[in-house]
Design a protein around this ligand. Structure first.
Ligand code: G3P
Length: 224
């Protein structure tokens, strides 16, 4: 399973990249706004900066919601860097745009997906990735992980190439759960990724190893 970090924060992207397990980055207009990145030139420069930090795919989302506007933005974003994957919302005009971009060889990430039906349309349109938002489903007492499983099973059964990119991940256990149901990618904030490192038995085990080592050294020293 691939790990993407879901942020536009350069420092967090660098920290995740330095860990050596990062496969890409996803952003969205809210994450870009959170970093204070506004204006077409600044936004494009920021995407290029992210592409220079990581080796994998970087999702950059369009703002337009009409066909022509999304097409213009998508072609412009894709031309910025080979790592750019254009994020298109799951709306009627978005499905048409994904289909057209597929014909042009431009890779897409269909975002704001909340149902198997939407995921089916994304795959049939030729999206490179589909982004089911599991956290937002959990937030309204729906089962986000179950949606990921439904999509994975549907895509495997029909042989769709679209990769399932589990998004809106709230915590470390979400990563484990989407891995267990076969998601191709999990995109999440830095903390859930770092949470995978943590286990109290690792900490206590290492502490004992080092304490025993020190004691043995003391005994050797005393015997001399
Ligand atoms: O960036 C797409 C998605 O991961 C955002 O999810 O619910 O944390 O805003 P959320």
């Amino acid at each position: 399973m691939k790990f993407f970090i879901d942020t536009a924060n350069i420092e967090q992207i660098k920290e995740a990249q330095d860990l050596g397990v990062l496969d890409g980055v996803t952003t969205n207009p809210s994450l870009m706004a959170k970093e204070g990145i506004t204006g077409r030139e600044n936004i494009e420069a920021h995407y290029k900066k992210i592409c220079d930090i990581v080796d994998g795919d970087v999702s950059a989302e369009v703002i337009s919601t009409d066909f022509d506007g999304m097409m213009e933005e998508a072609e412009h974003l894709a031309a910025l860097h080979p790592q750019i994957v254009v994020k298109i919302p799951m709306i009627k005009e978005g499905v048409k745009v994904i289909k057209k971009l597929k014909e042009k060889g431009i890779r897409t990430n269909c975002t704001l997906v909340f149902s198997p039906g939407q995921a089916l349309l994304a795959a049939k349109a030729g999206a490179t990735y589909v982004s089911p938002f599991i956290g937002r489903l959990d937030d309204i007492s729906s089962d986000g992980v179950k949606l990921v499983q439904q999509i994975v099973d549907m895509y495997n059964y029909y042989g769709f190439d679209t990769q399932v990119l589990a998004a809106s991940i709230r915590h470390t256990q979400h990563i484990i759960q989407v891995m267990e149901v076969g998601a191709d990618v999990a995109t999440c904030p830095l903390q859930p990724i770092l949470g995978l490192l943590k286990h109290p038995l690792t900490d206590s085990g290492l502490e004992k190893f080092l304490a025993d080592h020190r004691k043995a050294g003391e005994k050797v020293g005393a015997a001399k």
